[in-house]
Design a binder for this molecule. Structure first.
Ligand SMILES: *[C@@H]1O[C@H](CO)[C@@H](O)[C@H](O)[C@H]1NC(C)=O
Ligand SMILES: *[C@@H]1O[C@H](CO)[C@@H](O)[C@H](O)[C@H]1NC(C)=O
Ligand SMILES: *[C@@H]1O[C@H](CO)[C@@H](O)[C@H](O)[C@H]1NC(C)=O
Ligand SMILES: *[C@@H]1O[C@H](CO)[C@@H](O)[C@H](O)[C@H]1NC(C)=O
Ligand SMILES: *[C@@H]1O[C@H](CO)[C@@H](O)[C@H](O)[C@H]1NC(C)=O
Ligand SMILES: *[C@@H]1O[C@H](CO)[C@@H](O)[C@H](O)[C@H]1NC(C)=O
Ligand SMILES: *[C@@H]1O[C@H](CO)[C@@H](O)[C@H](O)[C@H]1NC(C)=O
Length: 462
């Protein structure tokens, strides 16, 4: 009893300051948003100063507080978790009749183990070092207390698509499970070959989904050959993802790596993603997303969007990609929006990024149209506002290294390039294509937007 009391006190010592910090970071965000909105009234003069203050000017402190608070929120969760898991009850799927021979259907054993683990105090549900074949499973919460799922072996999906007739969109889904850690060094294999032959873009299937869950940690896992999207976070809050290796063949269609939708406060670090579609995609409703040390290739690179399809409203903000290496991807860092949408994508930073033979290293596409028929011209658009590209170097596979194709009716606002050096992988000089945008440049920026729209200005960087 006394021990539990101490644990509770420890919990408060650890979580309370972080709550205050999280709260203050929220407040800070609102301040910055307000500042940005005010600045937009007279943006051509105000923007460079806005970026300077965030970056290295007098308001450095504001930015620092914000960043460190975001990180602290997540770090403290780490501490709470590891201090309690030692006293946990272990629930092995093998104790519920799982064979783990790679052939037998072990779905029932996983479902039963989950029931027990979810209703125990601080359980660790373990899939030992064997290969378990499983059909779609919904791991539903809420659970009695925090819980760890340890995948030491391999979970392989049934490749019989009729097993997915009830819900074709999810294989493994954690639904409404908070305070959850999924880890273990094992593998999650979507066995997606049968899906790739007739792959369809709408309602993409996901190998691993976290839905309406708070305080999550997902780490030290391999996720491979997803049916379509490998890992999806939807309507989640306070998430830390680290050390995931996500792979699928370069030609497997719609196999996004990590997909973030309607999710706030998510930190993604040290992941290697080589798939057939977007490596990381961040879409509507996502706010405060930080990604660092991300290695991508093959695939389509890091994408914000697409946003605003079917004339919808979309909002994403406060997204930082800091530290990424992209190898031979079709895009590097991309923002894509459909015509006819509304809302905004704003306060976005891409920095410290290496491009290696990337077809379109820097891209804003407000005329995104991923259909057979061309899209009609429309008057509305999802606004793109306050995007910083800083210290981005390397090579482009095409001669257009930077393309800002902004909307005629909603030009991109507050776009800044600082210390950019992108060369064509071949011998030609790389160029920048810039429509409906005025770009602020700081330091050496290469290639530069042409002074007159439609013309190219080339420069040779050393
Ligand atoms: C996609 O899923 C939604 C929600 O389940 C459903 O209403 C819609 O019909 C699905 N669309 C397609 C093309 O399957
Ligand atoms: C990353 O995860 C792998 C297993 O997928 C593990 O072997 C490795 O030690 C982990 N690295 C770190 C730094 O935790
Ligand atoms: C898993 O990840 C954590 C944190 O990243 C690390 O400390 C730990 O060593 C890793 N465990 C394994 C088994 O790789
Ligand atoms: C970056 O990620 C890779 C791949 O997971 C890992 O091996 C490396 O240790 C990470 N580097 C840092 C500085 O965390
Ligand atoms: C976009 O996200 C917002 C906020 O989460 C939500 O209210 C809205 O329905 C979403 N729009 C679409 C098209 O999903
Ligand atoms: C660069 O990528 C293109 C295709 O995107 C490929 O044809 C070419 O061989 C690659 N070059 C190098 C040096 O890897
Ligand atoms: C760019 O700046 C010029 C001069 O200040 C202005 O006339 C033009 O409207 C601006 N274009 C965009 C797309 O903001």
């Amino acid at each position: 009893m006394a021990l539990q009391k101490n644990e509770l006190i420890l919990f408060f010592i650890i979580t309370l300051p972080s709550f205050v910090l999280c709260y203050s970071s929220l407040h800070e965000n609102q301040l910055i948003d307000k500042y940005v909105d005010e600045a937009s009234e007279f943006y051509s003069k105000a923007y460079p100063s806005y970026f300077n203050t965030i970056d290295d000017g007098s308001n450095l402190f504001k930015g620092l507080i914000k960043e460190s608070a975001d990180v602290l929120c997540l770090k403290s969760f780490d501490k709470v978790d590891s201090s309690t898991s030692s006293s946990a009850e272990t629930v092995s799927v093998n104790d519920f009749g799982a064979e783990g021979d790679g052939e037998t259907d072990d779905t029932k054993a996983f479902e039963m183990a989950w029931k027990v683990a979810c209703s125990s105090k601080e359980a660790v549900m373990v899939a030992p070092k064997k290969t378990y074949r499983i059909k779609p499973i919904r791991f539903s919460g809420p659970c009695k207390s925090q819980l760890t799922v340890q995948i030491l072996g391999t979970l392989i999906a049934s490749d019989d698509r009729s097993d997915f007739s009830k819900d074709g969109r999810h294989w493994l889904i954690f639904d409404g499970v908070s305070n959850l850690v999924v880890e273990g060094g094992g593998a999650i294999n979507g066995n997606g070959k049968n899906w790739w032959q007739n792959s369809c873009k709408t309602n993409k299937s996901k190998a691993l989904t976290f839905y309406k869950s708070k305080n999550l940690m997902v780490r030290n896992l391999t996720i491979q050959d997803g049916q379509q999207i490998h890992v999806s976070f939807q309507k989640c809050m306070n998430v830390e993802v680290s050390n995931l290796s996500i792979t699928a063949p370069p030609k497997s269609p719609n196999t996004d790596g990590i997909h973030v939708t309607d999710t706030q406060n998510i930190l993604i670090t040290s992941c290697v993603i080589a798939t057939g579609d977007d490596s990381l995609s961040i879409v509507n409703g996502s706010k405060t997303v930080q990604a660092s040390n991300i290695t991508c290739g093959s695939g389509h690179g890091i994408s914000i969007g697409s946003l605003g399809s079917g004339n919808s409203k979309a909002y994403v903000s406060d997204i930082t990609v800091n530290g990424a290496k992209l190898y031979g991807t079709t895009n590097g860092v991309r923002i894509k929006t459909w015509q006819g949408g509304s809302g905004s994508a704003r306060n976005i930073r891409f920095q410290n990024i290496e491009m290696h033979n990337v077809t379109k290293p820097i891209l804003i596409d407000q005329y995104y149209c991923d259909r057979k028929k061309p899209c009609k011209e429309q008057r509305s658009a999802v606004e793109v506002k306050n995007v910083v590209y800083k210290n981005i170097k390397g090579t482009s596979a095409s001669d257009v290294a930077i393309k800002f194709d902004c909307s005629k009716s909603f030009p991109c606002l507050g776009i800044m390039l600082q210390d950019i050096n992108l060369q064509h992988e071949g011998r030609k000089t790389a160029k920048a294509l810039c429509n409906n945008v005025n770009v602020t440049s700081i330091g050496v920026v290469c290639p530069l937007c042409p002074k007159l729209e439609g013309q190219y200005e080339t420069c040779q960087c050393l």
